[in-house]
Design a protein around this ligand. Sequence first.
Ligand code: MLT
Length: 398
Amino acid sequence: MIQINEHYTEIGNNYLFAEVARRVREYKASHPDKKVISLGIGDVTQAIVPAVIEAIHKATDEMADAKTLRGYAPDAGYDFLIQAILKHDFTDRGIPVEADEIFISDGAKSDTGNIGDILGQDNWVAITDPAYPVYVDTNKMAGRKIELLPCTPENQFVPAFPEKVADVIYLCYPNNPTGTVLTREQLKKWVDYALEHQSLILFDAAYEAFVSQPDIPHSIFEIPGARKTAIEFRSFSKTAGFTGMRAGYTIVPKELTAKTSKGETLSLNAMWKRRQSTKFNGTAYIVQRGAEAVFTPEGQKQIREVIAYYMENAKIIKSGLEALGLTTYGGVNAPYIWAQTPNNMTSWEFFDLLLNKIQVVGTPGSGFGQSGEGFFRFTAFGNREDTLEAVKRIQLAF
Ligand code: MLT
């Protein structure tokens, strides 16, 4: 008889964005004449930039010739991409990272979910609340105990340290979903906490490219001591429009160690390498060539223009909601606007109202955790026309 992983019974049937998509699909099926605008899931709408497309075409042509064909990719990624990341994102910024600490993957969602493979089930896990649902769901799937760290207007969205000392801590900054950030000083306090308690920080920096203010760290490794205590996740999805192409990378410093139950010390870098080489067969060569082109001068110029376009959307949404008297957060160093729902509506009530009344889709805050109740997330990744139209519809409706 088949035994299931019982922990799956604790996480509900649908992943948040699947549930949103299901409701929207149902609505569209019964209202085929209505134009629904989605500012829900953070999915990109602008074309991948020319420098990347050119690199992808070239790599595709290489695959058409047996002499230049590439078969299986190296498990941790091609050296050309690792070197480009290392130079641009770390060495040139004076951030200490080494080539064999960078693991190319198909994105931060997989890596933030899969990292649990190398961590014991008995770790006490602290996760900010609200949070990207992958953190809570994957830890529940593994049967780990979780302490949620509320992030609300009352604490300026800066989480307090856990009540019980945490072995593993998830931090995502710039934050999804609230769009808020930690300053260097605030992040340093977490690094110091982790060093003091020998905790592991899983730092999701998927949105670092959207940081616009100087005192906001792009990488946790800007903070002294972080190499001993943190793993960082990065993504090309939002930075360069790769949501459909799939590429990201994870940095696991060689200083980072953890103990077996017998007290033996093991390297997490070696363990992640072992995990990836066993369960992951590399990101496609063509995609890695596209990702490499992100770091060329033209690639950088082009992606910065797209990021500026999305951040202009953020401004439009934020000011449009504020003009209605709604309180908003985020949208300055992150492509998400976190808005308080009007008239004390619950997040899902507001979702249903927007969908049914004006055909605008956002993401209910409570889907990201209990502290998200009463909030609603809008993404800045729509196209300009839809973003303006959505804001106009909201303004006319309230
Ligand atoms: C989001 O909307 O939170 C993200 O786009 C989802 C993801 O990156 O998987």
